[in-house]
Design a protein. Structure first.
Length: 159
């Protein structure tokens, strides 16, 4: 899932261009995350200094003031996270490919003759023209000669 700000497009449609596009998008996202973490660290440090200064200035009243601030911040954060969840779900919907489920399949074999086929014959025909019935063994010709000779010896002499 790639956010809109990280989307990059190249005119070339080769596989190498697709790989480069993907890597550029991922690098852009990683850089953005690193920048945001640095920004968060700086804000946390400034907030810590302001918290210490306010606690020193207000004394015992600071706990009441802090709980009031936290309650209002929780409401704001709840609204912010719900809007972010909506954005993520919208991104997921736009970037997922919906498969067409209305495909109609036709039978592979249509019998246009008067000859009825058995179920085994139909399953064999449905496998297609390139279906290989069996794999010939390495010495199939010598085995065929031996089998033919054995069959001939079992016949009567007048046959």
């Amino acid at each position: 899932m790639i956010p809109k700000y990280a989307n990059t497009k190249f005119a070339n449609t080769s596989p190498a261009a697709h790989i480069t596009t993907k890597k550029a998008q991922i690098t852009r996202i990683k850089d953005e995350v690193k920048f945001l973490y640095k920004k968060k660290e700086k804000l946390n440090y400034e907030l810590y200094k302001a918290h210490l200064k306010a606690a020193q200035e207000w004394g015992g009243m600071w706990e009441t003031i802090l709980s009031s601030i936290n309650d209002s911040l929780d409401k704001i954060m709840e609204r912010k996270y719900s809007s972010l969840d909506k954005k993520i779900s919208k991104l997921i919907q736009t970037q997922t490919v919906k498969q067409n489920t209305k495909a109609q399949f036709y039978p592979r074999v249509v019998n246009k003759t008067n000859i009825p086929f058995t179920d085994d014959e139909l399953t064999l025909l449905n496998k297609g023209l390139k279906y290989n019935l069996s794999h010939k063994r390495k010495h199939w010709l010598s085995n065929l000669a031996l089998e033919a000779e054995a069959a001939i010896t079992l016949l009567h002499t007048h046959e």
